[in-house]
Design a protein around this ligand. Structure first.
Ligand code: TYD
Length: 396
């Protein structure tokens, strides 16, 4: 396996991306790991090298909540309508149901969710939905199969790429999915990530960043295959994959072939593509630091918007800390009054608008740029500017 892995990117020592610090934690030494990224030369799967177990990353302190973004809710609502119309399924399972943002669009009798982070799982349970605080593994699969039988639709957004043993993930899905059943998954797209130079897609939770090419290679080994894809804007550019069992004779939609061709044309099977990306990442770091240092020399007040897991990678890699960013604003209750991992920038509750004394805002949640710009018309009108590093560092 070792010689199959080609390491192409080194993002330095990083803390766990969602390990926001309380005031007490500021005095403690943080757990760090080396964040490097590589390509498996046989199936073209891109993954980070050093990984953590699910139990280390996803526990009852996990802060992320899907419902914090309007775009996520809207996208799930639209998808739920299509699912009801096209697939008419009676038994749905969601893997990684978070705070129930997807489940809420279905009849409580038709859907169950599993979510290992008890704090967010509880939110869905309190709304009387059937959820279990479980990780997706052999035991969970056996338990669910015994209790519910097979499912005719399984949905999972931004979860399966967080689990190390992918072979096992899909083997179990294959066991619990009915013969004509459909698996729909959404995860960040490698093609988008490379095109946008969005190196912050890499952090401890994103063990893998899938491409259509690599995912289909893994699925095929487990009697599954992609039959349709949709490019969606979420999470900085994702793909929604529609997957079926190999023996299911559903027609393969042309969107699958189109995506594969796009990926081949961009060079996702060529080492040189990853080498070029790595060079661009270093250039991006230097440019972003230059922007921050120049503004700080002019005594500009800079804050961050959206304390994302992604921004943990950027800030630690570029060494942008509390000396350069005064504070972050974020709508997520579990992040407020905490500090960003590694860089120790205070996170404040978002109060309706950006404060008047702020000159520049670093877009931690650049993937919600449109949503944020719409909300912050006042700031833009009075000459406030945003800083982003995607697709290259600039002031907008
Ligand atoms: P997201 O990009 O989904 O995250 P990650 O990189 O952590 O997977 O997270 C968006 C974060 O930005 C989340 O903490 C909520 C916050 N946010 C705001 O504070 N205001 C907003 O208007 C939006 C859209 C997001």
């Amino acid at each position: 396996m070792k010689n199959k892995y080609y390491k192409f990117l080194d993002l330095g020592y990083q803390p766990l991306a969602n390990q926001f610090l309380s005031k007490k934690d500021l005095l403690k030494k943080e757990k760090k790991y080396r964040l490097s990224v590589g390509l498996n030369k046989s199936n073209f799967l891109v993954s980070i090298k050093d990984t953590f177990t699910s139990k280390e990353m996803f526990d009852e302190n996990y802060p992320y909540r899907s419902s914090m973004s309007k775009s996520v809710s809207t996208s799930f609502k639209k998808l739920s309508r299509q699912i009801k119309k096209k697939f008419k399924c009676k038994k749905i399972l969601e893997i990684g149901s978070n705070d129930g943002t997807f489940m809420k669009y279905f009849n409580k009798k038709n859907i169950i969710g599993i979510e290992p982070c008890k704090n967010v799982e509880k939110i869905t349970k309190n709304k009387k939905f059937k959820t279990y605080p479980l990780y997706w593994n052999d035991k969970t699969c056996q338990f669910l199969k015994k209790k519910y039988g097979e499912f005719d639709l399984i949905f999972s957004a931004n979860t399966l790429s967080h689990i190390k043993d992918l072979g096992n993930v899909f083997k179990n899905i294959s066991k619990i999915l009915s013969e004509k059943g459909i698996l729909i998954i959404e995860d960040p797209s490698l093609l988008d990530c490379l095109k946008k130079n969005a190196y912050d897609q890499f952090y401890n939770e994103h063990i893998y960043v899938f491409s259509c090419i690599s995912l289909n290679e893994i699925l095929k080994k487990n009697n599954l295959e992609i039959f349709k894809i949709e490019n969606i804007e979420l999470a900085g550019g994702s793909i929604r994959y529609y997957i079926k069992k190999t023996q299911n004779k559903l027609k393969i939609d042309k969107s699958f072939k189109i995506q594969i061709n796009k990926e081949l044309k961009f060079g996702l099977k060529k080492i040189s593509t990853y080498q070029k990306f790595s060079k661009r990442v270093i250039e991006s770091k230097n440019k972003l630091k230059e922007i921050f240092n120049n503004l700080k020399k002019k005594n500009k007040k800079i804050i961050g918007y959206g304390a994302t897991a992604k921004s943990t990678t950027v800030l630690n890699y570029c060494r942008i800390d509390h000396n350069l960013i005064d504070y972050f604003v974020d709508t997520t209750p579990g992040k407020q009054n905490k500090y960003t991992p590694g860089t120790k920038i205070k996170i404040k509750k978002y109060e309706k608008e950006i404060k008047k004394d702020v000159d520049f805002v670093f877009l931690g949640a650049w993937n919600f740029k449109k949503e944020i710009f719409l909300k912050e018309k006042k700031f833009i009108k009075r000459g406030g500017k945003f800083i982003t590093h995607v697709p290259f560092p600039k002031i907008i």
